[in-house]
Design a binder for this molecule. Structure first.
Ligand code: GRF
Length: 222
């Protein structure tokens, strides 16, 4: 099982040699990395279809990087304040990620917006997971905003990253109930449980099959 590089999708160009290999996945994190851990664990199974080629962050001292190191996965750090401006950082991040030859780039709790150059370098290959049901409650406080609004269900969304904040074409969503006595923490933990499974299922499928993006509609390709 592996990525069919020559399928007429976003992972390869038509006319490429047909070679099956695991999809190369680069994961970017900024925090505890429980989503990353779920991907690292899933990648132990060759049938899942992907391998974690590298893990990057915009900061040091985070558990996410330690999780990668424990699995022997290469890590890198690109901090915004190492560069003259945001555009230089974006270029550096683009080059570092490209050096790992990724088929899929997963933003898993990555707390920076990637820039235009990054998105242009990896069209339809950058995906993000957001702890709310897009298009509701975008931004960094999705679980708190859902709770404040009083919704009875919320969830998580996996989407293809575009220039907006949590606005890209949706790959998958999972629904989670909101309990009467929820706090932001209990709600976010329940979301994260469902989010991790959604991520593993869909990044695996994306690795095996690829995706097709037509306007806002995303489908798996075979
Ligand atoms: C996830 O809920 C993700 O959707 C949000 O931040 C959380 C990251 O959790 N952007 P972790 O670092 O994977 O534990």
């Amino acid at each position: 099982m592996g990525l069919l590089v020559a399928c007429p999708l976003q992972f390869g160009s038509e006319g490429d040699d047909v070679t099956e290999r695991p999809a190369r996945i680069v994961v970017l994190v900024s925090g505890s990395g429980t989503n990353l851990q779920a991907l690292l664990d899933a990648a132990q199974d060759p049938g899942w279809g992907g391998q974690i080629a590298a893990v990057g962050s915009d900061r040091d001292g985070i558990e996410g990087l330690v999780r990668a190191q424990r699995h022997g996965v290469p890590t890198f750090i690109e901090k915004v304040n190492q560069y003259a401006d945001r555009s230089d950082w974006d270029l550096a991040l683009t080059k570092t990620v490209a050096s790992h030859d990724p088929d899929v780039i997963v933003l898993a709790g990555f707390m920076k917006l990637v820039g235009d150059r990054f998105l242009r370098a990896f069209p339809n290959r950058v995906v993000n997971t957001h702890p709310a049901l897009c298009p509701a409650f975008p931004g960094t406080t999705g679980p708190a905003d859902a709770l404040d609004y009083g919704v009875k269900v919320t969830g998580a969304t996996l989407f293809v990253v575009d220039e907006g904040v949590d606005t890209g074409p949706i790959i998958a969503q999972v629904v989670v109930p909101v309990d009467d006595d929820d706090t932001v923490e209990t709600l976010h933990e329940r979301i994260k449980l469902a989010e991790r499974q959604m991520l593993v299922d869909n990044i695996g499928r994306m690795s095996r099959e690829g995706i097709r993006v037509a306007g806002r509609r995303v489908s798996f390709s075979r």
